[in-house]
Design a binder for this molecule. Structure first.
Ligand code: E4P
Length: 220
């Protein structure tokens, strides 16, 4: 089970990478807009920090030929770049060509089992079902992960990894793990909350209070 950070914020990526629990990063145009500045430089820096993991970078062109060209350019930024392309029929042939040429693809904005099956057939590395955005339209997002896990295993499509995206809270995070996602990409605020528990804090405080009462100056 891999954990990616869903952000383009350099400080957060550095901080969480130091903890040792991060396996990669996902970005998108909205997350890059939030940071401002030179998007290419930011991506290059993220790829260097996360040299041991995959970094997803989304295309910003919409016309087929331009998407293909831009995907190749994005892929050349660093060896750990995964090119993110929206799951739209117009791009199926482009995605096929890119995977045949060895470009690693993360298909984004995936909302159904059938879209996911099509992408597995095109040989992509990741499919990104958007849990939170499904919940937003009153469709149970986590159930899609359950279904995808069954399909991928049943039809032995395991070269494609299920990357649960649009995770909005700790409950989503917990549930996609239990549903069998291969990867969860998690916003910083959700990871912060998931890494804390009040009983851990209270426990540390109590142990320290009791230890002080022993009055030992040096240990061990
Ligand atoms: C990551 O790959 C996605 O772009 C991201 O998780 C989308 O999250 P949102 O639906 O909260 O914008």
């Amino acid at each position: 089970m891999k954990i990616f950070l869903d952000t383009a914020n350099i400080e957060s990526i550095k901080q969480w990478n130091n903890t040792g629990i991060l396996d990669g990063v996902t970005t998108n145009p909205t997350l890059l807009k939030k940071e401002g500045g030179d998007a290419k430089k930011i991506i290059q820096e993220i790829c260097t920090i996360m040299s041991h993991g995959d970094v997803s970078v989304e295309v910003t062109e919409t016309e087929k030929d331009k998407v293909y060209k831009q995907a190749k350019e994005i892929a050349s930024i660093a060896s750990n770049v995964i090119v993110k392309i929206p799951c739209h029929k117009d791009y199926y042939a482009v995605i096929k060509k890119l995977t045949q040429e060895g470009v690693q693809i993360n298909v984004t904005l995936v909302f159904t089992l059938l879209q996911s099956l099509f992408m597995c057939k095109l040989g992509v590395k990741y499919i990104s079902p958007f849990i939170g955005r499904l919940d937003d339209i009153d469709s149970p997002g986590v159930e899609l992960i359950d279904t995808l896990r069954i399909m991928v295993d049943e039809y032995k499509l395991t070269d494609t990894k299920i990357l649960a995206a649009s995770i909005r809270n700790v409950k989503h995070f917990h549930e996609v793990i239990m549903a069998g996602a291969d990867v969860a990409t998690v916003p910083v605020a959700v990871l912060e909350k998931a890494a804390q528990h009040p009983l851990t804090n209270i426990g540390i405080q109590k142990f320290m209070e009791d230890w002080k009462k022993l009055g030992i100056k040096q240990f061990p």
